[in-house]
Design a protein around this ligand. Structure first.
Ligand code: ATP
Length: 366
């Protein structure tokens, strides 16, 4: 383990990778490039293909078609134990009859590392996860979070250029998860190894990742930083999966440069149009919607009327669900200094056309 060289991770390249089980395609033409040393998260709903992608990279699952390179070399057909990749799963999978120290030493024993070197590297790996004092305990004498730290140490002790993690914090409670997220971030920074992390939790993905690949039905919809996915979603699915959003649907008319939508008896206009024949919808982030009592909105443009359906006090402000006249709802966030509203209060919402995203409708994103 050499924590001082920050670019020692392996690049990963998947090109048009598919995996079929009978006629079902678990992966359907997945292409993804991960930079050396990058923290890449595979994010998506259950069954979208995240674990299959990880298993393909690890060598636990063979691809049906497509190309796969790790560290610049094709690994198609190379068995998992010859890929030199560290793996951490949701369930710790420590050997119950071995102490923590023996568990962490195991990958080194497999590789024929001498006893003195083994001891040095086990101590270093346990230091990295802050578990050195526990080396003589058995897994049954550890909490879930501690067991996962040991699993982590075991995955990094042989200095792999790539670490794969499949929902490693999924079985832990929220507080512990949030704390271990920061620990994983620190370890990534210190090791400089490439990390690929699977989760269905978008907040976890935002906390951890350099970039996120959003999966849906065996395909990648978009790859980008958290900010890119939040500010510039390319599809409605991505816009809905990352962060809170309001989707406005209605009869649409487009001219050369703009699109007007009839939403809940009112008209909104966005200064863009879609190419092709897709049905346009408008996606808005909560902080882009202003909220006022009726008659108090200065701007007459892009106004929507509704009533408060849910009010959530957040400390730093409030979040409201507003029921619009057509029964759809909008999510709005207001600041601390702004007026508070109660359930059933009538309100008006307003947004600037340039703050709205115009996207192709996709009912499966709801
Ligand atoms: P989760 O978050 O629930 O783990 P995921 O995004 O990781 O979901 P995958 O485990 O990659 O999803 O599974 C993708 C799809 O492939 C699912 O529909 C799953 O049922 C299917 N699948 C996975 N492994 C097999 C298998 N061995 N045989 C048949 N179908 C499979």
């Amino acid at each position: 383990m050499n924590p001082n060289s920050p670019t020692r991770g392996a690049a990963i390249d998947l090109q048009n990778v598919s995996k079929a089980y009978g006629s079902f395609r678990a992966l359907d033409g997945v292409s993804l490039h991960v930079e050396p040393g990058e923290f890449m998260t595979l994010l998506g709903p259950s069954g979208s293909g995240k674990t299959t992608t990880l298993n393909v990279v690890a060598g636990f699952t063979e691809v049906s078609s497509g190309a796969l390179q790790v560290g610049g070399r094709s690994v198609v057909g190379v068995p998992a134990h010859k890929r030199n990749i560290g793996v951490v799963f949701q369930h710790y999978a420590l050997f119950p009859h071995m102490t923590v120290g023996k568990n962490v030493a195991y990958p080194l024993s497999l590789r024929g590392v001498s006893k003195a070197e083994r001891e040095r590297r086990v101590a270093q790996a346990l230091d990295m996860v802050k578990m050195r004092d526990f080396a003589h305990r058995y897994p049954s004498e550890l909490s879930g979070g501690q067991q996962q730290r040991v699993a982590f140490a075991r995955a990094i002790v042989f200095d792999p250029p790539l670490l794969l993690m499949d929902e490693p914090l999924g079985a832990l409670d929220k507080k512990l998860r949030e704390w271990l997220q920061l620990e994983i971030k620190r370890i990534h920074r210190e090791l400089g190894t490439t990390f690929v992390y699977v989760t269905h939790d978008q907040e976890e993905a935002l906390v951890l990742s350099d970039r996120i690949a959003v999966f849906n039905k065996g395909r990648i919809e978009q790859v980008g930083t958290g900010r890119e996915l939040y500010d510039e979603p390319k599809t409605l699915f991505v816009g809905r999966f990352i962060g809170d959003s309001t989707v406005l649907r209605g009869q649409a008319r487009s001219d050369g440069t703009s699109t007007a939508l009839d939403v809940a008896g009112q008209t909104v206009t966005v200064p863009r149009r879609l190419d092709g024949s897709d049905t346009p919808v408008v996606l808005l982030r909560p902080e882009k919607l202003a909220i006022r009592r009726p008659g108090q909105m200065a701007d007459t443009h892009n106004r929507l009327s509704g009533t408060i359906a849910e009010a959530i006090y957040l400390g730093s402000g409030s979040k409201y669900e507003v029921r619009l006249r057509d029964g759809s709802s909008a999510i709005v966030r207001s600041g601390l200094s702004e007026e508070g509203f109660r359930i059933d209060d009538p309100v008006e919402l307003c947004f600037a056309g340039q703050d709205a995203k115009l996207l192709a409708d996709d009912k499966s994103a709801d």
